[in-house]
Design a protein around this ligand. Sequence first.
Ligand SMILES: Nc1ncnc2c1ncn2[C@@H]1O[C@H](COP(=O)(O)OP(=O)(O)OP(=O)(O)O)[C@@H](O)[C@H]1O
Ligand SMILES: [Mg+2]
Length: 343
Amino acid sequence: MIKLDSISKHFDVGGHSVTALDDVSLEVPKSSIVGVIGASGAGKSTLIRCVNGLESVTSGSVWVDGQDITQLTRSELREARRSIGMIFQHFNLLSSRTVFENISLPLELSGASKAEIETAVAPLLELTGLSSKRDQYPAQLSGGQKQRVAIARALANQPKVLLCDEATSALDPKTTQQILALLKDINEKLGLTILLITHEMEVVKSICDSVAVISDGKIVEHAGVAQIFMQPKSDVTRDFVNNALHQRLPDKLVQRMTRSSSGACDPIVRLTFTGGSENQPLVSSISREYDVDISIIQSSIEQVHGLSMGFLIARLSGQQVDNALKAMQKHQAVNVEVLGYVV
Ligand SMILES: Nc1ncnc2c1ncn2[C@@H]1O[C@H](COP(=O)(O)OP(=O)(O)OP(=O)(O)O)[C@@H](O)[C@H]1O
Ligand SMILES: [Mg+2]
């Protein structure tokens, strides 16, 4: 539904060129939810603005619903944008208009009659749980309710894709989860394709089918959410995953850790299990079989894209540590990563 084909974007700042996007390719299949995660300044907003043509690309092409939007004339682009809804961190509602009037704005602009507007807006109020707030003004709403209005407004023209730029970043964790649940619901009910930009793994974890990691204008990794959590490939991704899992090793341990094993060093390992705790008896059986002591440093179970995943950081010691590690690595449902070694 959305396809970015080798897009680059350079900005001219005071005579020199700043690269915001560097040869980015990304596909968002129809009716899927794809997340793009990256740190501040990584190029996320620029990327999403290239999808709806608010920003022109320096090179490459941007396909939305079969149309290369980089090749459209201004009026064609205006038309194409109707099938692209967008929501932002700060909602961007008009304060002098009621909830109903904010949602109906795109329809008014496209020349719909009063009756058509009424018919279109009522179900959107219902869908976003705002029927009772219909005649209130933005100042009378909570952050979550304001974002619901923005979502309803973005859906008014029955778009094919919805772009979300940090749509939950101004909201508390509970409201964030409610808005994400609403987006998932809309994705399922309407088959809407969603491209979601965020700096929070928590957002990606609950609703995205796949996630692309962007760093310095480049996509460094793109995989299914469970895969990203299970086997992050780049350091940037690993940092996002560890932060999301609150996996921070104690400073004292980090100071003692070395990268390579030499002599009688014990490995510190991170084990990731799919299927939650079900596979964890493996740890005790391997411990018995190879006579290895396993000291748990951290452990947790998380729901990732509807899948239960277990995370365990532990220190292994014993004569047959290497064999024990090899035995664990043979199991499909377990990923083993050696973080370092301690004496
Ligand atoms: N209009 C512009 N003119 C010049 N440079 C720009 C412009 N817009 C973005 N940039 C630069 O492009 C890079 C990417 O910016 P972008 O806004 O896409 O980052 P971001 O990932 O959305 O960051 P944040 O999480 O802080 O919103 C930055 O280095 C930024 O300074
Ligand atoms: Mg941004």
